[in-house]
Design a protein around this ligand. Structure first.
Ligand code: SF4
Length: 449
């Protein structure tokens, strides 16, 4: 006689509030994957959760304030709260404000945070129930995924405390990254977004160790990793690339269609004086030469960057240099931040802090200048047909992205003729108009391969 199946005990439920950048989102995915493997369920609301995890960001003072507000909300709504992530490195200040927090762990302390959940909401483990899909738990839509290739950073930019919070560069060996990428692609991911603190430094700490993936040798180095990922046949997009000379090796891969012709390089400024104060490398002329050479080798190349205006000591002349440089560089997509102090950062002690109203005024001038450039750059797509990865479908219009748009931070392609189209489809769209951010068009009635 067969033993009737034992009723499984109700699993403990974990709520999650994930703040911060895509790297923090990847951390949240890892933590949830482990918790699901341990038999926990995920609660979509504070009410149903036995414990709430808040994965915090502590990069800027405004991000810290947002993280503290999220902890406050979770305490008020649920009361059983574990804090993790970047702000976890400042446990004392969290405890002062929220003495009732159950546990605090810092960035990358996956095991510690999972242990804290086990202690706060002990789980009756049922080994017969496998709750985790092979690709792990993802917080992004099914068709794209962030792929973290390393942690930490060897630089010491004066406005940043990431190296002190997350430590020096630690790369994942290439076969680990490739196995994860392969699992994601098998699960339906069509776009891999490569992230880290410094993507171009990948493998330096492992001395570009050679490993084996599916019987083939692969170096733990960015160019070789990208070549290997090209074999998966999905979009591969690179974020947070530092402008090292060897980045030029990636351009031929982009020209050959192995890698999306898209580079997200945070240049931060163009004035040599300010770059020195930021402790960032780069002569503005050399970087411009590099950009021109890249575009000559791969005319499709889309460049995205971020900048900081109002950095301590920035004069009107420095800012003008930045605007001139921007005009020459003709970057496609640009984000701009007004400088903010970050507790513990060296830049706080620099002389010549810029008044808020001047920062604001420069930020507006910067954005107006860049809008005109982005508008010019986007206009080149008018009349062309682009492959578009579909994110959302409405009754009359769908929203997707071309190779030129990363999710969340760049623009969109809005298009008509949506019958039969689903999120995650790759379709061909004829572009009919553009503005400074987005493209509009109509779907060509043949599906893209
Ligand atoms: S490169 Fe600079 S800004 Fe980026 S994580 Fe490293 S220290 Fe921070």
């Amino acid at each position: 006689m067969q033993t009737p199946p034992r009723p499984s005990p109700a699993p403990q439920k974990v709520g999650l509030v994930s703040l911060g950048c895509p790297k923090a989102l990847v951390d949240s995915e890892r933590i949830l994957t482990k918790l699901r493997a341990d038999g926990y369920a995920i609660s979509p609301s504070y009410d149903g959760a036995d414990v709430v995890l808040v994965n915090t960001c502590g990069f800027l003072d405004s991000a810290k304030a947002e993280s503290l507000a999220a902890i406050g909300e979770a305490m008020a709504e649920n009361g059983r709260v574990i804090v993790t992530g970047c702000l976890g490195a400042e446990a004392e200040s969290i405890r002062t404000q929220f003495p009732g927090v159950l546990a605090i762990t810092g960035p990358q302390q996956y095991e510690a945070v999972v242990e804290a959940v086990h202690a706060a909401a002990p789980q009756t483990h049922d080994p017969f129930v496998d709750l985790v899909p092979p690709q792990g738990i993802k917080l992004t839509p099914k068709h794209y995924a962030y792929l973290k290739i390393s942690e930490g950073c060897n630089h010491s930019c004066s406005f940043c405390i990431i190296p002190s919070m997350r430590g020096k560069l630690v790369s994942r060996p290439a076969h680990h990254v490739l196995h994860e990428a392969e699992r994601l692609v098998k699960a339906g991911v069509k776009e891999l977004l490569v992230v880290s603190q410094d993507t171009s430094a990948y493998g330096l700490d492992l001395r570009y160790q050679e490993v084996s993936f599916r019987g083939r040798p692969v170096k733990t180095r960015l160019t070789e990793l990208c070549e290997a990922m090209a074999a998966f046949g999905v979009w591969v997009r690179l974020h947070y690339v530092y402008p090292y000379p060897h980045v030029s090796e990636l351009i031929p891969l982009m020209a050959e269609g192995k890698l999306l012709p898209y580079l997200d390089i945070p240049f931060q400024h163009a004035s040599p004086r300010i770059l020195r104060a930021m402790r960032r490398p780069g002569s503005k002329e050399k970087v411009l030469d590099q950009i021109h050479a890249w575009r000559a080798a791969c005319p499709e190349l889309v460049l995205r960057s971020t900048f900081i205006v109002g950095f301590p000591g920035e004069t009107e002349a420095d800012f003008d240099q930045l605007l001139e440089w921007l005009d020459e560089a003709e970057l496609d997509r640009v984000g701009c931040f007004r400088y903010e102090n970050v507790a513990g950062a060296a830049a706080n002690d620099l002389p010549g802090h810029v008044p808020d109203e001047v920062k604001e005024e420069r930020w507006h001038r910067f954005m107006v200048a860049q809008q005109a450039i982005s508008q010019r750059r986007l206009a080149r797509f008018q009349g062309r047909t682009l492959d578009v990865l579909v994110d959302e479908v409405g009754p009359r219009q769908a929203i997707g992205r071309s190779f030129a748009d990363a999710p969340e931070i760049d623009g969109q392609v809005r298009f008509t003729r949506v019958a039969g189209v689903r999120p995650g489809d790759m379709v061909k769209v004829e572009i009919t108009s553009s503005d400074a951010y987005d493209l509009k068009g109509r779907r060509m009635l043949e599906r893209a391969a």
